[in-house]
Design a protein around this ligand. Structure first.
Ligand code: FES
Ligand SMILES: [Fe+2]
Length: 436
C-alpha cells in the first residue's frame, strides 16, 4: 500500500491505474461476500410469521366500509357485531400450551392469561418449568409481574413471600418471626414441558391428567430441529378450529386455489375454474377423519394432497396424518418427497371467543432453511384462509348437513368428551371484551 502511494505521489500513472483496479476488485468481492452471507442468513433463518386478530380477513370490509377506521378498529367493531351463536362451554378439559420453551429462560417468570385463569409461569434455576395461580394470597400482587425466581420458588414482588413451584406452598415470609401458616399457598397447576411447549392441564372438575402429551423421539434426540413457526389470534370458539379436520368438503373449496393466490379470500376466488378452463395450478385433497378406538382423546385425519397442473397432472403430492390429541393439540406428520417432518398446531383459549393458535415445525437438519420455510409459509397461507372464515362466521349448533358432511357430526360427538358438568359457559357481558 505504502509503495503504491509513494509511486502515485511521484506521478506514476500506471501504478495509479493498477492500484485503482485492485481497490475496485476488492470492493466488488467484499460486496459479493456480504450479499451471499446476507442471502444465506435469510434463506436459512426459520420463518416466524405472526398475525394479530385484525391481520387476517376483513379485507372486504376495509375496502368497502371502513369510514377511515384503522384495521384494528374495524376488527373490533366486527367482533362486537358478530352473531356468536349457541356455543358449547368455552373452556374444554385437556392440555393447553401457555408458552413455548424458548420464551422462558432459567429464572424467568411470565404472566399468561388463558382459560379464564391468570397464571404465573416460571422456570427454576435448574430449568424446571412451573405454573402457579398468579395472585399472591397475601395481598393479591401478581406473581408473574416483577417477581423473581429463588431456587424452585417464585418470590412475590410486594412483600417477598416465596412460593414453591411444585406445590404452591409458601416457604418463606421474610419479616415474620412466627410460623408460616400451612394455608399460605397458591394453586400449583399440573404442567408438562414437551416438544418445545409448556403445557398446563385444565379440568373444570379439578381432575388430574387422564393422558399425557407424547414426547416425539426425533425431537428429544435432536434428530429433528426447529424449522419455523407461525402464531395467530382467532375470533372463534375453540371447537371450530379442530373441526376443520373433519370438514372434508371445505378443502377443495377453500384450499383448492393455488397457494400463490395468498390468504385473501377474494384473491383466492381467482384460482377457481368458472370459465370452463381448469386453473393452471390447483390443490386437490382427500381426507378421512376417524376417532381413535384405543385412545379416546385422540382422533386422526388422514390427508392426501396433490398439487395439479391444469386440474389433471399431479405435480407435488404430500401425505399428512393429523393426530388431534385432546381439544388443544394437533400433531401433523408430513410425508413429502423431501422426507418426513412434523408440525404442531396448538390452540389455547385466551378468552371465550379468542384463540391463540401456534404452529411449530420440526424437521431434519437438511430440510431446515428454504424447504422448511416453504412448508411453514404454505401451511400459514392455507390456515389464514380458514382464519378469515372463522373470524366472521357464527357457530351453528344445529348445522344443515348432507351425507358427505357426516364426519362433522362424528367430530362433534367425539369433542363432547372434553366438556364436563362445571365447564364454564359463555355469558356475553362478562366474556366479550370490547377490544383486545
Ligand atoms: S402481596 Fe405478595 S407478599 Fe404481599
Ligand atoms: Fe381448512
Amino acid at each position: 500500500m505504502l509503495f503504491y502511494l509513494q509511486e502515485i505521489l511521484l506521478g506514476d500513472m500506471d501504478v495509479f491505474f493498477v492500484f485503482k483496479s485492485e481497490i475496485v476488485g476488492l470492493l466488488v468481492s467484499s460486496a459479493a461476500i456480504l450479499l451471499s452471507v446476507t442471502a444465506c442468513y435469510f434463506l436459512l433463518k426459520p420463518l416466524n410469521r405472526i398475525r394479530d386478530l385484525c391481520d387476517v380477513g376483513y379485507e372486504e370490509q376495509l375496502r368497502l366500509d371502513n369510514y377511515g377506521q384503522t384495521r384494528r378498529q374495524l376488527a373490533n367493531e366486527m367482533r362486537r357485531r358478530k352473531k356468536i351463536g349457541e356455543i358449547p362451554p368455552v373452556y374444554p378439559n385437556g392440555w393447553f400450551v401457555l408458552c413455548e420453551s424458548d420464551d422462558l429462560k432459567n429464572r424467568q417468570v411470565r404472566s399468561v392469561d388463558a382459560l379464564g385463569e391468570h397464571f404465573a409461569v416460571f422456570r427454576s434455576a435448574e430449568g424446571v418449568a412451573y405454573v402457579l395461580d398468579a395472585y399472591c394470597p397475601h395481598l393479591g400482587a401478581h406473581l408473574g409481574v416483577g417477581s423473581r425466581v429463588v431456587g424452585d420458588c417464585v418470590e412475590c414482588p410486594f412483600h417477598g413471600w416465596q412460593f414453591r413451584g411444585a406445590d404452591g406452598q409458601c416457604t418463606s415470609i421474610p419479616y415474620t418471626s412466627g410460623k408460616i401458616p400451612k394455608s399460605a399457598r397458591v394453586k400449583s397447576w399440573p404442567c408438562d414441558e414437551v416438544n418445545g411447549f409448556i403445557f398446563v392441564w385444565y379440568h373444570a372438575e379439578q381432575e388430574n391428567p387422564s393422558w399425557k402429551v407424547p414426547r416425539i423421539p426425533e425431537i428429544v434426540t435432536r434428530k429433528w430441529i426447529y424449522g419455523g413457526r407461525s402464531e395467530y389470534k382467532v375470533n372463534a370458539h375453540i371447537q371450530e378450529i379442530p373441526e376443520n379436520g373433519s370438514d372434508v368438503a371445505h378443502l377443495d373449496c377453500l384450499h383448492g386455489p393455488s397457494l400463490l393466490y395468498g390468504s385473501d379470500l377474494n384473491a383466492a376466488q381467482g384460482g377457481k375454474s368458472d370459465n370452463g378452463w381448469a386453473p393452471f395450478l390447483q390443490h386437490h385433497w382427500k381426507v378421512k377423519w376417524e376417532a381413535n378406538s384405543e385412545e379416546k382423546h385422540v382422533a386422526i385425519s388422514s390427508l392426501h394432497h396433490e398439487l395439479r397442473l391444469f386440474g389433471r397432472l399431479p405435480f407435488i403430492s404430500v401425505d399428512v396424518e393429523a393426530k388431534q390429541m385432546g381439544p388443544g393439540l394437533v400433531c401433523l406428520s408430513f410425508n413429502t418427497s423431501f422426507g418426513r417432518c412434523l408440525l404442531f398446531e396448538t390452540v389455547t383459549p385466551i378468552e371465550p371467543m379468542i384463540q391463540r393458535v401456534l404452529h411449530r415445525l420440526y424437521a431434519p437438519v437438511f430440510m431446515v432453511g428454504p424447504i422448511a420455510k416453504f412448508f411453514v409459509w404454505g401451511e400459514a397461507v392455507m390456515f389464514e384462509r380458514d382464519v378469515a372464515v372463522w373470524n366472521s362466521k357464527t357457530f351453528t349448533s344445529k348445522p344443515m348437513l348432507v351425507a358427505e358432511d357426516r364426519a362433522i357430526n362424528l367430530y362433534r360427538r367425539w369433542f363432547q368428551q372434553f366438556y364436563s358438568e362445571n365447564s364454564p359457559r359463555f355469558t356475553f357481558k362478562e366474556n366479550v371484551s370490547s377490544s383486545w
